[in-house]
Design a protein around this ligand. Sequence first.
Ligand code: HEC
Ligand code: HEC
Length: 253
Amino acid sequence: MKKILFRTIVVAVSILSLVLIASCATDGSQSGDSDGAYAKADLKLGGLLYDKWAKVRNLETAGNHPLYPALGKKKGGDTFRCKECHGWDYIGKDGRYSKGSHYTGIKGLYDSRTKSPEELYSALTDTDAKHNFSKHLTDSGDIWALAKFIKEGQLDITTALGPDGKAKGSVSRGKTLFDSNCSRCHGEDGNKLDFKGDKNGVQGVGWLANDNPQESLHKIRIGHPGSAMPSMIVERGLSDSETVDILTYSLTL
Ligand code: HEC
Ligand code: HEC
């Protein structure tokens, strides 16, 4: 009888200590990852923040970002978007933004995926640097989500698009995936929702895919800030090559 009582006490004490450890882990305010904040971080959220964090968090920005170069053509809120300096294709000055109105000369983050979560966290929160985003994104969970996207969410754009800009996937596999994952919202022809660009007519999935395949692929993989669109890699569990198939089919719409 005594033995059972003793065992019950041991089990109760172990459960109590586990609960205590778990409750400490919910404080994600430190920059170290001792609390597993990186493991808990949400990759989809990170990709949406990379796209347009001010929209996701409903924040205002003033003027141009302090790191936005004088030679750049953009102004205001756009200059604070990660994608504006580091690119939709994650290779900044070496990719789509190597010339034209989005040129900044800033490198992409694809190679930074080999850095540790803590190094990425520091790059975004160093209070002495102009690159400190923690003054806007005050929830450390958002910073860890960005670190997660950088480490685990980027794709090697050369596996998706050739140097000629042609998509490398399969149109027929893409159609099957589009019909089951996209057409309910975007219509079978991709034109049910009008993205309202600056041209005439409906600007749907096919229009954007042709206008900007790099941006389209990011949206297909991650989703679109402020919308109910699911992330194909996080919520639908598709592989990168399946998302490239969807892009390849989208170009035919
Ligand atoms: C106005 C331009 C600009 C914006 C906006 C911007 N960055 Fe940067 N970022 C830079 C520059 C410049 C560097 C330094 C690049 C270098 O070392 O050549 C940098 C470096 C980094 C690094 C360190 C890379 C490494 O390997 O050392 C990370 C990580 C990073 N940025 C992530 C982000 C994220 C995430 C966002 C959005 C929240 C963002 N950046 C927004 C300009 C920008
Ligand atoms: C649950 C509904 C839903 C599903 C499923 C969905 N989307 Fe979306 N998608 C949206 C909404 C809503 C928007 C925002 C449209 C807007 O801003 O006008 C959007 C935006 C987009 C955009 C970006 C438009 C822009 O303005 O930048 C692209 C590209 C896109 N979707 C493609 C797809 C593709 C391809 C699929 C399938 C892999 C898909 N979507 C699945 C609802 C959905």
